[in-house]
Design a protein around this ligand. Structure first.
Ligand SMILES: [Cu+2]
Length: 222
């Protein structure tokens, strides 16, 4: 069943996307991909489908890539008022026997501070670390620009803009990095963004924000 889901997920990726996959233990990593970012982009989003065919849950707890200063797991959500927010997620659970999709508008890997220009067709080496299965080297395929990039633009609280502001670099603390990401993504001269102190509680980082009379908390799921 999961095998079929994985294949379906791979097939539904659209024209031009050729599926590939990697396996470690009972985990399948189906078609890790990055839609070609805009020219001059400082960051890019990556997607994939994770299938756990085993009897035990596992968790994605780390991402590293040589082609970016920093790679992070993000979750985009849109509330009832259509306000999009994103949050840094420190771990993503893949329950036993289930499939978790990283896709536009939801979970994604964000590669920040690109140190090389991704070109369609490239296979970019990335190391994913799972809590139980351990580290696995995969290749993110650079796919045609498409829906993925549009989905990622919805990070912009002020209407989906993506200004590609400078992204934080390695060496920052997690709270500093989150504040920098929120500010870079959402702050505009017309609607200045206030990011309240980011607190890290165990494995959960909480960022409060307010902008233009609205406010909220960017909360990763635990
Ligand atoms: Cu993101």
């Amino acid at each position: 069943m999961n095998r079929i889901l994985a294949l379906l997920a791979a097939l539904m990726l659209g024209t031009g996307a050729v599926a590939h996959e990697f396996t470690i233990g009972t985990l399948q990593i189906v078609h890790p991909n990055m839609p070609t970012p805009f020219a001059g982009a400082k960051s890019a989003a990556g997607y994939m489908t994770l299938v756990n065919t085993g009897a035990e849950p596992d968790r994605l707890i780390g991402v590293t890539a040589d082609f970016a200063d920093m790679a992070m797991l993000h979750e985009s959500t849109t509330d009832a008022n259509g306000v999009a927010t994103m949050a840094h997620v420190t771990a993503l659970e893949i329950p036993a026997g289930e499939t978790v999709a990283l896709q536009p508008g939801g979970y994604h890997i964000m590669f920040m501070g690109l140190t090389q220009v991704p070109v369609e067709g490239d296979l970019l080496p990335v190391t994913l670390t799972f809590e139980k299965a351990g580290p696995v080297k995969v290749e993110f395929k650079v796919d045609p620009p498409g829906a993925g990039e549009k989905g990622h633009d919805q990070h912009g609280a002020a209407g989906g803009q993506d200004r590609q502001a400078p992204m934080p670099t390695a060496g920052m603390t997690v709270p500093k990095a989150i504040t920098a990401v929120l500010t870079a993504r959402f702050d505009t001269p017309e609607a200045p963004l206030t990011v309240e102190p980011v607190t890290v509680q165990g494995k959960v980082a909480v960022a409060g924000w307010s902008q233009d009379g609205r406010g909220g908390r960017a909360l990763p799921h635990g």
